[in-house]
Design a protein around this ligand. Structure first.
Ligand code: G3H
Length: 390
């Protein structure tokens, strides 16, 4: 389950994102940069207005001195927020800060923000766990200079989330995310996707929050219907929606064929010894049968070819693979996780072993009877579930 975090600067914006189905309300001043803090009275006003309907987080701008930083976090936590977010400075200051905050981590849920465009030190993640932090958010520091995915490819983002989860941290992703990024980043299994610019008029993070933009992002993240229909909280709604059980807005649908043609990538592949420790060219051809809502013109209605290419990159990032069949199977399985994908054909060809090509072609279809039920994460998702619904 991936939650939708929405950064707001005032009570009016908080009300808009609440109505739009946001999971987490994040107090932030976008006029002060990537991690600008709001004045304490403004945070208190948002906490009061939200009134426990959703968890509220707040950004803290930390003084350099670790003791003063700790006091600043404690002051913000005392305003009634559920999470406190702050930027992790460059090491070795980061290590000192993390150590200074360890004593309050048991009572205050701390989320460290690392910046993908500033060469983040991911070895700090284990320090965060030792100190008792709740989570880590990978964001961008320089807004307007690229989206998160421009600074970190999908394989690296997936590895970041997996590393957080292995360590026991909640993992968040943010950074000028746009609507086409959402289906791509859902594949990473991040606990939280964070948004500001995408929610605003003209995608200008300092402009007003636009209810239509909030709705677009909300609809792209499975989970909204869970609150609306008030049924069991441990169902993976991406699978339920994908099987057509929650489809009242899409009565008229067509089947499209989304494809990737002749994508050639160097791959470490092969079962022979001579194929190890080197790359050879592999060609991918992928065709996906997808449902499309008729009449729409945004990411809600379609399946993105980016999802196919990202899946290939994620699979290849795992290192040497012996069999083309393994790649084809994994790719088919990843594509079919997407709610719109109904069937997929995958052709994987090695181009350097013969004058022509050798490889495999498979076709896999969605199996309706294998709907999965997932246990939701115990942290953020539970916190959201416990909030009274408006
Ligand atoms: O915590 C999330 C951020 O507020 C994201 O802001 P942005 O979407 O403008 O980069």
């Amino acid at each position: 389950m991936t939650l939708m975090l929405t950064s707001v600067a005032c009570v009016a914006e908080a009300e808009i994102v609440l109505s739009g189905g946001a999971d987490l309300i994040d107090c932030k001043d976008p006029a002060r940069g990537a991690l600008g803090a709001l004045p304490a009275p403004d945070i208190a006003a948002i906490v009061a207005a939200v009134g426990g309907r959703r968890p509220v987080s707040a950004v803290v701008e930390l003084p350099h001195d670790p003791a003063q930083a700790r006091e600043a976090i404690e002051r913000t936590a005392a305003l009634g927020v559920s999470f406190v977010k702050f930027a992790l400075p460059a090491t070795p200051d980061a290590e000192r800060l993390i150590a200074a905050l360890a004593p309050i981590a048991a009572t205050t849920r701390l989320v460290a923000v690392l910046f993908a465009d500033q060469g983040p030190d991911l070895d700090l993640l284990s320090r965060l766990v030792e100190a008792g932090f709740a989570g880590a958010l990978l964001d961008t520091a320089h807004k307007g200079k690229g989206r998160l995915i421009d600074h970190c490819d999908i394989g690296a983002l997936t590895a970041f989330v997996a590393r957080c989860h292995t360590l026991g941290l909640e993992a968040g992703l943010a950074g000028s995310l746009e609507s086409p990024d959402v289906p791509r980043l859902l594949v990473t299994k991040a606990d939280v996707l964070g948004f500001r610019g995408a929610l605003c008029v003209g995608r200008d993070r300092q402009a007003a929050v636009d209810p239509a933009a909030v709705a677009l992002i909300r609809d792209l993240i499975p989970g909204g219907p869970r609150a609306a229909v008030g049924v069991a909280a441990n169902v993976d709604w991406s699978l339920v929606v994908g099987r057509g059980f929650l489809d009242s807005r899409e009565r008229v649908r067509e089947i499209d064929h989304v494809f990737v043609r002749d994508l050639v990538i160097p791959v470490e592949i092969g079962a022979y010894d001579f194929e190890r420790g080197r790359s050879q060219r592999v060609r991918f051809n992928v065709d996906v049968d997808v449902t499309r809502a008729v009449g729409g013109d945004d990411m809600r209605t379609v399946f993105s070819y980016d999802v196919i290419m990202d899946a290939i990159r994620i699979i290849l990032a795992s290192g040497h693979i012996d069999m083309v069949e393994t790649i084809a199977e994994r790719l088919a399985e990843m594509v079919l996780r997407h709610e719109r994908a109904q069937a997929v054909s995958v052709q994987v060809e090695k181009l350097d072993v013969a004058p022509g090509s050798v490889g495999v072609r498979i076709r896999r279809e969605r199996q309706p009877e294998t709907a999965e039920v997932h246990q939701l994460l115990s942290g953020l998702a539970d916190a959201v579930d416990k909030q009274p619904k408006s």
